[in-house]
Ligand binder design. Sequence first.
Ligand code: NFA
Length: 100
Amino acid sequence: MSDFDLKPKIKQQTKVQKPKLYKVILLNDDYTPREFVVLILKAEFRLDLAQAEVVMLTAHQKGACVVSVYPKDVAETKATRAIDAAGQLGYPLQFAVEPE
Ligand code: NFA
């Protein structure tokens, strides 16, 4: 037996934290064509056609629909890119970003 107790007396704290996730929410409007909304959801948010149609229709009927969740910077970048792409064509499409 050693004379020294080599066991650490204090347990190492785990420092790894889960990044907070943010929802990107599609907001309905009366002007953006349905087909364009589906296109944006596929291109920017990588939804497949079936998912994109469900999200677009849900927003159309209920006023809003969660598209997906991402770390904050990713959520904000995707929302901004999607809003800008719509704006370039004169569509008022909007996305909101909020904590999960
Ligand atoms: N409400 C739009 C229309 O009837 C379609 C739309 C759906 C727009 C979802 C924005 C979000 N053309």
